[in-house]
Design a protein around this ligand. Structure first.
Ligand SMILES: CC(C)(COP(=O)(O)OP(=O)(O)OC[C@H]1O[C@@H](n2cnc3c(N)ncnc32)[C@H](O)[C@@H]1OP(=O)(O)O)[C@@H](O)C(=O)NCCC(=O)NCCS
Length: 143
């Protein structure tokens, strides 16, 4: 079944309405405006998974300088296509992307999908003390 889906890095192939529809019901980006999704896609290196009917069924993006650092975000696969290795294929495709070789650090945040990433070589942060953040969890609800 997985073989019926193909991956693409083509920014023009990303189906913004479908991506926005999923993200608005995700635990991390509920209420995200469509225009913000569009801007995020434009500023990221994205991978999409497409079913044979060309519908987009999966997505992931990397925010990166393409030299030193990458932040992996918005990884999802539609419920109908889960459990077939699609998320792993998308993340591996990003790992292998020619613009993302030799980076010093990749990061991501996840509530419950640690198993997916640890199977792909990601680890927890032994010492979180050096890391800081600016975090505005309600920003999409403020209009
Ligand atoms: C998490 C998600 C992207 C996984 O997609 P998927 O295509 O079903 O995942 P895969 O089939 O590629 O799974 C690959 C491996 O990761 C494991 N895995 C997948 N989701 C997992 C999860 N939530 N927790 C732990 N392990 C997980 C699978 O068991 C599989 O392991 P295996 O190779 O040993 O069999 C999908 O369930 C999803 O979209 N969830 C909602 C959005 C979300 O939580 N995204 C992650 C945000 S960081």
């Amino acid at each position: 079944m997985t073989d019926a889906c193909h991956l693409s890095f083509d920014p023009a192939a990303m189906q913004v309405d479908a991506i926005h529809a999923f993200l608005t019901r995700s635990y991390w980006a509920a209420d995200i405006p469509r225009a913000v999704v569009e801007r995020a896609i434009a500023g990221s290196l994205c991978v999409g998974a497409f079913a044979s009917g060309r519908d987009q069924v999966g997505f992931a993006r990397v925010v990166t300088d393409r030299a030193t650092f990458a932040y992996l975000a918005d990884v999802y696969v539609l419920e109908t296509h889960r459990g077939r290795g699609l998320a792993a294929r998308m993340v591996k495709a990003l790992h292998d992307h020619p613009d993302l070789q030799g980076l010093r650090r990749w990061m991501l945040a996840t509530s419950d999908a640690h198993g997916l990433y640890s199977s792909l070589g990601w680890t927890g942060i032994d010492d979180p003390a050096p890391f800081m953040q600016r975090h505005f969890p309600d920003v999409y609800r403020q209009g």
